[in-house]
Design a protein around this ligand. Structure first.
Ligand SMILES: [Zn+2]
Length: 694
């Protein structure tokens, strides 16, 4: 699935998380409201629209010391965490009338907040798993051990086309079969690297070398904290870097991985075994709570070949060190303060530039959401989401889909045959708004008030079991890949769905009190973005049923690629604030969605205004036109910036352009923008060779 944002704040700052001050008041910050008055009138909108629309906001909102970046959406995410926190504070107070969901969520939160008990216990709660690793005497025991450890850490989000899967050695999960999206197939995916992507191991520049040096020191510190001697820890750390580097070399490149054809390798269980003679899959599956399937999707056979070589060549003591560190890293946030701090020092300070960790109440609230999302989400939507918002969203989605439908009809580069199939796909695209129809039942997950690590492990095992239990079963198009309070949205080409959690349906993205120009510019462009994902360079390869099947005539396909290469070229650009160059082929899907999303949201606004007897050039109360308001509201949701370290990590590993470019590169391609602000041809925000796919 493809996301709207790089990562939600819950994951991006918390997976790099650590220690804190007590809850000051748990109060809810004010939500940012859109106002055209916040523009910087001393600047020319045609030379740098991002600065014009966001400069004042950026000045007034410096990045807080506990954040890797800060923008209007981060403020909403913090508001949502504060909202969750209020519900959790109530749910954590033992009382006879707690609902079963409140009991689970409340006790999970309470166990996390009991920092004194967590610190007192130290490494003890992790000892059973560490003892299992210490008992690894022969590499033939590796498959069962890996299966056991994978069940005791949080399963990563399924996002396998775009980003790498973070897990112990490799990833296992369910996903719709590329060739028959009605059925879930078991997927074996590359993973096992504890830095964000293979580039961190393979790039040769000075900064990358510096980060690797710090990584080795960090790994050694973690191992020492867990009880290893200084000498042992140092020697294990350098072996771990070399093993993870071997995995990185074998792993598929992030751009190659974007083409779904490149990850669609189905293999029988016997073929998987032949691929990796040193790893006995029967022992692995025997130790997992899942049936052995007849076939698996092996996203990257080369990765598994590399893994096999590594198993054959590395001595068993190196495997003990590697597994020990992987487990420590993926459990660090549920352990005592020294582990939390050391983990934050590398993943927060070094990789993101964050100065200090978020307050504990915020981290504990977010972790409850990650582990027991539907239990936390029920209380959240009951209190903070209004059904009227859903009605208005449904109407906007319908209007914007109508705009894409008209755009398809008008495309002079597409044949009638391909247009017909594009329409069928659009008709079949399901929109999901706010929260699931059915809530997950957590009654079988044992949540204890005095066992935080255990709670995380049991909730993680439950979720992995749920995923593995789906293998071979029909795909549920109505399952959600995000929790209700999440500030994000996604499109999933294989279920042909677009998904908008309740968490993003708040100001400044969505404001029931404000007019259509604001809402179409903000959440409307997000809706457009997700709809267009079904027609970007990845999404267009899937048909209406979610199958990987080419429905384009060769001529139309070539015309598409030519148009899209304009966008890839435009975004292959220097990003001075990140100190690296952006690869426009990596961000192509997101950039195509941003550009097309704005076009169809704007057409949607035009028809909404028409119904009210207004036009795009009509004046509004704010002293600007409807059209100007649309673009200002669009820029407003992207007001924000990252610390240089986080910007670098994002550009190297993620498919999303940084906020400044999500605004400026897009508006420069839209003639209506030049019209709105009177930009002359050749000015930076009125590109001579404007790109347009949708
Ligand atoms: Zn996206």
């Amino acid at each position: 699935m493809r996301l709207l944002l790089v990562l939600t704040i819950l994951l991006s700052t918390l997976s790099f998380g650590q220690p804190a001050s007590p809850d000051p008041d748990g109060g809810m910050p004010d939500l940012d409201k859109f106002s055209p008055a916040q523009t910087d009138k001393s600047l020319d909108p045609c030379s740098d629209f991002f600065q014009y629309a966001c400069g004042k906001w950026l000045k007034a909102n410096p990045i807080p010391s506990d954040q890797a970046g800060w923008g209007t959406f981060n403020k909403l995410a913090i508001w949502n965490v504060a909202a969750i926190h209020k519900t959790l504070e109530q749910a954590s107070a033992p009382s006879a009338n707690r609902t079963p969901a409140d009991q689970k969520a409340g006790d999970h939160y309470a166990s996390c907040m009991d920092e004194a008990a967590i610190n007192k216990a130290g490494i003890t709660p992790l000892k059973p798993a560490l003892d299992q690793i210490a008992a690894l005497k022969d590499k033939s025991q590796l498959p069962a051990l890996v299966a056991s450890l994978q069940q005791s850490v949080r399963p990563a989000n399924l996002n396998f086309i775009e980003a790498q899967y973070q897990g112990i050695l490799f990833g296992i999960y369910n996903s719709p079969d590329f060739d028959d999206a009605r059925v879930n197939i078991g997927t074996l995916d590359q993973s096992g690297m504890n830095m964000p992507s293979r580039e961190f191991y393979l790039n040769d520049d000075q900064k990358s070398k510096e980060i690797r040096d710090k990584y080795v020191k960090h790994v050694a510190h973690m191992l020492e904290l867990s009880g290893e001697s200084k000498e042992q820890a140092a020697s294990d750390a350098s072996a771990i870097l070399s093993m993870e580097t071997a995995l990185a070399k074998a792993a598929m490149d992030i751009v190659v991985r974007r083409d779904p054809k490149n990850v669609n390798h189905k293999m029988t269980t016997a073929e998987v075994q032949t691929l990796t003679p040193s790893f006995q899959w029967s022992k692995y599956f025997g130790a997992l709570p899942a049936q052995v399937a007849k076939q698996y999707l092996v996203t990257s056979p080369d990765f598994f070949r590399g893994m096999d070589k590594l198993i054959a060549s590395e001595p068993v003591e190196h495997w003990r060190g590697y597994l020990r560190y992987s487990l420590l890293h993926l459990s660090a946030n549920s352990l005592s303060q020294p582990f939390v701090e050391e983990n934050f020092d590398f993943y927060g300070r070094t990789l993101s530039g964050t100065k200090e960790i978020q307050p504990r109440w915020r981290r504990c609230s977010a972790y409850a959401d990650i582990d027991l999302g539907d239990a936390v989400g029920q209380a959240y939507v009951a209190r903070y989401f209004s059904p009227e918002s859903k009605e208005r969203m449904l109407l906007m989605v319908k209007t914007i889909k109508g705009a894409l439908s008209a755009d398809i009809d008008a495309a002079d580069w597409m044949s009638p045959d391909t247009k017909k199939k594009a329409h069928i796909k659009l008709e079949a695209q399901v929109d999901k708004i706010a929260y699931p129809d059915r809530w997950q039942d957590y009654s079988s997950v044992d949540i204890k008030r005095n066992d935080y690590l255990g709670n995380m492990q049991r909730a993680s095992r439950f979720e992995l079991q749920r995923r593995l239990g789906e293998i071979g079963k029909p795909v549920d198009r109505y399952h959600w890949g995000m929790t209700p309070p999440t500030v994000n949205a996604y499109e999933d080409a294989q279920t042909n769905t677009i998904n908008f959690p309740a968490g993003i349906l708040q100001p400044p993205f969505f404001d029931a009190k404000l007019g259509d120009a604001v809402n179409y510019g903000a959440i409307g462009a997000v809706i457009g973005h997700e709809i267009i994902h079904g027609y970007d360079d990845q999404g267009r390869k899937f048909d209406a049923d979610g199958n990987l099947r080419d429905w384009w005539t060769p001529k139309d396909s070539a015309a598409y690629d030519e148009r899209d290469s304009c966008i890839a070229d435009e975004y292959t650009q220097d990003v001075p604030e990140a100190g690296v160059k952006q690869n426009g082929k990596l961000s192509l899907g997101e950039d195509t969605a941003d550009n097309g999303g704005v076009h169809i949201a704007l057409s949607g606004l035009q028809s909404a205004l028409k119904a009210q007897g207004k036009e795009l050039d009509s004046p509004t109360e704010g002293g600007v036109t409807e059209l100007q308001t649309f673009f200002l509201a669009y820029a407003n949701v992207w007001c924000g910036e990252n610390r240089p370290e986080a910007a670098r990590t994002a550009v190297l590993t993620q498919g999303h352009s940084l906020n400044r470019y999500r605004v400026n590169n897009v508006v420069g391609n839209v003639a209506d923008f030049a019209h709105a602000f009177g930009c002359k041809a050749g000015q930076p925000m009125a590109r001579a060779n404007a790109c347009r796919v949708w």
